[in-house]
Write a protein that binds this ligand. Structure first.
Ligand code: GSH
Length: 216
């Protein structure tokens, strides 16, 4: 089968995990070309398709092509165009509403704090203990809500199988668990970790996450 689309990004970008899993669940092949961040994303021809000049960015191989930026929008689109649509995006208005809620939580309450923790580890910022403490305390607020939710349901949006709610939040935590949030931190949240491991056992998730060595 011909590839469905091209996803432009830098290698290892945690923002693309949810999209790659959604694509696999919908049997869509996605090409990840070599992309030189700082060079290719300022090329005028590329910017004419993606005016914000940010990655990730999706170009479909459909006629006409569809151009989408913003990782949550890309994930939504790839979830929406195949048979896993209802599982990933919800089967009822209530499910869809709850899933959207968690997608916004992932974007607003999880990802920014995880990136604050990761930047110094990736050599992209100087370590600042005060900033890190703030990020940890903000992250704890949402993680405590998750812990409570996961005492009541297997999946964050209380759906039968995992949904884009789970993929969005777990995609943010994935790099955090490898580089920033150590075992002592993770041990405080047993339901969160059970949920993360349950999700990681799925064949498509496993394939995209690869081998996971979490920080000791
Ligand atoms: N909310 C966006 C954030 C995208 C973003 O900030 N991408 C960074 C790389 S991780 C970027 O392209 N920055 C280039 C710039 O700010 O000019 C998303 O989730 O896709």
């Amino acid at each position: 089968m011909a590839p469905y689309g091209t996803l432009y990004t830098w290698p290892g970008n945690p923002r693309i995990l949810k999209s790659l899993i959604a694509a696999k669940m919908n049997n869509l092949e996605i090409v990840l070309p070599e992309f030189k961040f700082g060079k290719d994303n300022i090329d005028p021809a590329w910017i004419s398709k993606f005016p914000m000049a940010k990655v990730p960015a999706l170009e479909t191989h459909t006629e006409p092509p569809v151009y989408i930026a913003e990782s949550a929008a890309i994930a939504h689109y790839l979830a929406d165009v195949g048979p896993a649509r209802e599982q990933l995006l919800g089967a009822t208005p209530a499910e869809r509403g709850r899933i959207q809620q968690w997608i916004f939580h992932a974007e607003e309450e999880v990802m920014p704090h995880v990136f604050t923790g990761l930047r110094p580890k990736l050599g992209r910022a100087v370590y600042d203990a005060e900033l890190e403490a703030k990020a940890l305390s903000s992250l704890e607020r949402i993680v405590k809500v998750m812990e409570k939710q996961l005492e009541k349901s297997m999946w964050l949006a209380d759906t039968e199988g995992f949904s884009m709610a789970d993929l969005s939040v777990a995609g943010c935590l994935n790099s955090g668990f490898k580089l920033w949030l150590n075992k002592e931190w993770r041990d405080k949240y047993p339901k969160l970790m059970e949920w993360y491991n349950r999700l990681s056992e799925d064949a498509n998730v496993k394939e995209v996450y690869g081998e996971q060595v979490l920080l000791e």
